[in-house]
Design a protein around this ligand. Structure first.
Ligand SMILES: Nc1ncnc2c1ncn2[C@@H]1O[C@H](COP(=O)(O)OP(=O)(O)OP(=O)(O)O)[C@@H](O)[C@H]1O
Length: 224
C-alpha cells in the first residue's frame, strides 16, 4: 500500500461562541491520491469550506490530523505546508488588478520564495499549460473573461509546483460551457500532470466529471 498524498484522520472542528458553540466537522477521515479529481459536495453550511481550510493548512483542527505524504502538517508547519506542497484557488480569485496575468504569477512566486528557476519562464509555461495565449497573458484581469481569470488563478496556484490543488466553487460564476472547459483543466492537471485535485462544489456538472464524489453531511464525509 502506498501512502496517500493527503490523509485526513478523525478531523473535528468546533467553532467557539458561548452557548452557540458549534461542531461543524465531527470526525472526518479520508485519503486522497495523486492523479485524481475529487469533488466534495453537501448542503450549504455543512462545512465544505471549513474542511478545505483544514486540508489546505489555512486553519487548524480542534482535534484530528491532516497528513501530507505520511507527515502531520502540524509538524511540517502550516506555513511551510501551504508554501511548498498545496495551493488553494479561492472563490474570489484575488488576482491583483494592476498586474498582468504573467505578473500575477511571477509575483506569487516571489512572495512564496520560489528560487532556482526563471520565474518568467515558469509563468509562461504555466500559462501555456492553462491555455492562455500570448496576447491575453499580457492583459490585466479586468480585460479577461471569467473563464480566463479562473485559468490564471489556477496557473498562479500552481506557481510553486504543488502536489495538491484545492478549489472552492471554481465554476460558481461561470456559464456551462466555460465551466466545462475549467473542469477539463482540472482533469488534465490530475490525469496528465499527476496532481491531486480537491474541489468543493454545488455543481452536479463538476461532480459528474470527478473521479470520486465525497459527500459531507451532518459533520461526516462519506464516499458515494
Ligand atoms: N470562523 C468561523 N467562526 C464561526 N463559525 C464558522 C466559522 N467558519 C465557518 N463557520 C460556521 O461553520 C458552518 C459551516 O460553514 P462552511 O462555510 O464551511 O460551509 P459550506 O458547506 O462551505 O457552506 P456553503 O456551501 O454555503 O459555502 C457554518 O454554520 C458557518 O457559520
Amino acid at each position: 500500500m502506498t501512502t496517500p498524498v493527503l490523509r485526513l484522520t478523525d478531523l473535528v472542528r468546533t467553532f467557539p461562541g458561548g452557548n452557540k458553540r458549534r461542531t461543524v466537522l465531527k470526525g472526518v477521515t479520508c485519503d486522497f491520491e495523486e492523479g485524481r479529481v475529487y469533488s466534495v459536495v453537501g448542503p450549504s453550511g455543512s462545512g465544505k469550506t471549513t474542511l478545505l481550510a483544514l486540508a489546505g493548512g489555512l486553519d487548524a483542527p480542534t482535534s484530528g490530523t491532516v497528513s501530507f505524504r505520511g507527515r502531520d502538517v502540524a509538524e511540517i508547519g502550516l506555513g511551510a505546508y501551504r508554501n511548498k506542497h498545496v495551493a488553494t484557488v479561492f472563490q474570489q480569485l484575488n488576482l491583483l488588478g494592476y498586474l498582468t496575468a504573467v505578473q500575477n504569477i511571477t509575483a506569487a512566486m516571489e512572495i512564496t520564495g520560489v528560487r532556482g528557476v526563471s520565474r518568467r519562464k515558469r509563468a509562461h509555461e504555466l500559462l501555456d499549460l492553462l491555455g492562455i495565449d500570448d496576447t491575453d497573458r499580457r492583459r490585466r484581469p479586468a480585460r479577461l473573461s471569467g473563464g480566463q481569470q479562473q485559468r490564471v488563478a489556477i496557473a498562479r496556484a500552481l506557481a510553486c509546483d504543488v502536489d495538491v490543488l484545492f478549489a472552492d466553487e471554481p465554476t460558481g460564476s461561470l456559464d456551462q460551457d466555460t465551466a466545462a472547459e475549467i473542469i477539463e483543466v482540472f482533469r488534465r492537471l490530475a490525469h496528465e500532470e499527476g496532481k491531486c485535485v480537491v474541489i468543493v462544489t454545488h455543481s452536479p456538472q463538476v461532480a459528474a466529471a470527478s473521479d470520486e464524489v465525497l459527500h459531507l453531511k451532518r459533520g461526516k464525509l462519506t464516499r458515494r
